[in-house]
Design a protein around this ligand. Structure first.
Ligand SMILES: [Zn+2]
Ligand SMILES: [Zn+2]
Length: 353
């Protein structure tokens, strides 16, 4: 037994039960936040389905090894900018926004033949919410009458964007955040992280082991996070003109770096959630403990309702950006909804920046 997921026992139980009871569905929807293990779970489910070892997924047999290394001919990943069969198409993850119908056609062609060597052909579609309209329609046809040896796994952290027609044909498997203690333990035992750092990363991870592990290997993630937090603090006490100037620069860069802008807004959400927690007298739950002094000062100037409004404004803005609203306009509207706080501590700290 070698599931390497942390804190996803319910999801693992569903998948193991399906195989044990010989009730494998033709399509699954793995739904839940980013970085909690949905992709890892999809690969391990593909291993479970095709493992030839004694204790599936054994991770050591030929099938498990090749699936784990993304080299199995019967396990296919379909994503934004992925492969298609058209000679003159050159879509790449960088210049594409969605999963196209030509990619679905390629998979339809693949699954028209039985697997080369596995029991099941597994098609992993991620992010499933990026399927374009035509691609969705084409996929739907296949989901209505899939060959018996095919299992589709649709992965999404925004399942509400998937059409009902797709959702109703896939069995939903929910993934959630894991308790910080489990993440800390996993970082210490499996990644040999020193205890203080493991505790810090577990706290910052918000229940997402994948985020914590990525932060271990990518120092820029922590730097960008610090930058976003400094910015959140500065803007909370900044006049509207300054907020609009930042909305213009952040929004102007959105088409080049969608993920970066979303990540900044995600950090802001956490930061406002901390303010909310402090105001609701639940400071223990605050994530940014190294910034508590400033957070307390700012929290003392707004009430729970204002913090809730700020949080909702940021959440709505992230959604609008994902739906291709004008980035600058959406961010300006958000800036208007953030309460304007005053803090000597903050204005001194950021004087001259
Ligand atoms: Zn195996
Ligand atoms: Zn194409």
């Amino acid at each position: 037994m070698s599931w390497t997921l942390v804190g996803q026992d319910a999801a693992v139980a569903v998948l193991k039960g399906a195989v044990a009871n010989d009730r494998v569905a033709h399509a699954y929807l793995f739904a839940g936040p980013k970085h909690v293990g949905k992709t890892v779970a999809a690969l391990q489910f593909a291993q479970l389905l095709n493992c030839t070892g004694d204790e599936p997924p054994c991770s050591r047999c030929r099938a498990c090894e090749r699936i784990g290394g993304a080299q199995h001919p019967d396990v296919e990943m379909m994503g934004i900018g992925g492969l298609c069969d058209e000679q003159d198409h050159k879509h790449t993850p960088d210049d594409s926004r969605d999963i196209r119908i030509c990619q679905v056609r390629r998979v339809q062609h693949l699954i028209s033949r039985a697997p080369y060597e596995a029991r099941y052909r597994v098609i992993i579609i991620e992010p499933a919410d990026a399927l374009g309209r035509e691609a969705t329609a084409a996929l739907l046809k296949t989901l209505e009458e899939p060959p018996p040896y095919v299992v589709f796994i649709l992965i999404s952290d925004r399942e509400e964007l998937l059409p009902d027609t797709i959702r109703s044909r896939a069995r939903r498997v929910g993934f959630g955040g894991a308790p910080a203690a489990l993440i800390e333990q996993s970082l210490r035992t499996r990644w040999d992280v020193e205890p203080p750092r493991a505790a810090e990363l577990a706290r910052l991870s918000g229940g997402r082991l994948g985020w914590a592990v990525a932060a271990l290997y990518d120092e820029r993630m922590m730097e960008q996070r610090e930058k976003a937090l400094n910015r959140a603090e500065a803007l909370a006490a900044a006049p509207l003109a300054e907020r609009f100037a930042f909305a213009a620069s952040l929004g102007g860069g959105y088409t080049k770096d969608r993920a970066g802008v979303q990540a900044t807004l995600e950090v802001w959400q956490e930061w406002w959630r901390d303010i909310l927690l402090i105001n609701a007298r639940r400071e223990d739950g605050a994530v940014h403990r190294d910034r508590l002094d400033t957070l307390r000062t700012l929290a003392s100037q707004c009430d729970v309702a204002a913090a809730v409004r700020a949080l909702r404004a940021i959440t709505d803005t992230r959604q609008q950006l994902a739906e291709n609203a004008s980035p600058v306009l959406a961010l300006e509207a958000m800036m208007l909804a953030l309460p304007e706080l005053r803090s000597n501590a903050v204005s001194q700290r950021f004087a001259g920046r």
